[in-house]
Design a protein around this ligand. Sequence first.
Ligand code: B12
Length: 268
Amino acid sequence: MSGAKEQGSVIRPYGDMTGDGMIQVSFTLPIPHDKRAEGAALQLAEKMGLSPALLVHAKAMGREHTFFVVYGSVTHLVELDKVEVIERDFPLLSAKEVNGAIKKSLRRPLVVVGACIGTDAHTVGIDAILNIKGFAGEKGLESYSEVRVVNLGAQVLVPELVEAARAEQADAVLISQVVTQRDAHIHNTTAMSAAFREAYPSGEVPLLIAGGPRFAEGTAQELGVDRIFGKGTTPSEVASYLVHAVASRKSRPPQNPKKSSKPPQEQQ
Ligand code: B12
């Protein structure tokens, strides 16, 4: 069953049959596992709009907490006409096209400085974008002849990042934030963008790009960055965006004669 088209613009979740509204959710409550805890989980599920709600799994997580999985039918409807998405607003280019466009617009390699900032040590995501090995069958930015990548790694403090961006004369600064506990990704990103705006003259701030699986689409402006990339991002999307953003900015004169068109030896 294809669902959406046949039922028009209003749909419900699919469980055993079209339109039955069945969903499954999991959560943890801060109480020991007993009958009362299971009742509490069902009460929460019903308040969330699951009716009837079925407790399919409950497991003690230490003495004080219980983990639950609840299955049930939701009464809510999804109105497809009201769904808002942000479509990619730049063309997806091949590596050859990216290199050609950088040569044409900058006449020197584009310099990218990347890091996981704050206490975040999840480097796999940004490495997937930057390192030659890449992601999802695509090579990372290090493989582009006209991109020079400086990957600072994990747990980089904002002042160190600003300093490195300055020293390398970065055209773009890419930061990764995977840990979202207590909105760390939001606080770190806004602190980073504020620091760059303070450290650079207006109009000369490098492109600021934040990535990670739990950034909300469309929040770039409020976080003070030029672009947000979420889960599943591939290196070619980032490379294509860089070309698009550099072309949209006023062209800057060639800056650093030491910029080589090859990535540094140790990064290969
Ligand atoms: C591997 C891993 C680790 C490894 C990290 C190793 C490393 N070198 O990266 C280790 C074991 C060190 C680790 C530690 C911790 N982890 Co951990 N970890 C994971 C895990 C299993 C996978 C993350 C991953 O590598 N994904 C694969 C990459 C390719 O995906 P990605 O990061 O989303 O990146 C893609 C996009 O998001 C995007 N992207 C990401 N960054 C950027 C940046 C830019 C510029 C761009 C353009 C795009 C981009 O592009 C990438 C490719 O598409 C996740 C759970 C999960 N399944 O996701 C938990 C998880 C991220 N970890 C978690 C936690 C809590 C921790 C610890 C706090 C645990 C602890 N109590 O010690 C510590 C924190 C350490 C620290 N200081 O940061 C939580 C985070 C919860 C939250 N919401 O904040 C998760 C979600 C697990 C969970 N469900 O609880 N972890």
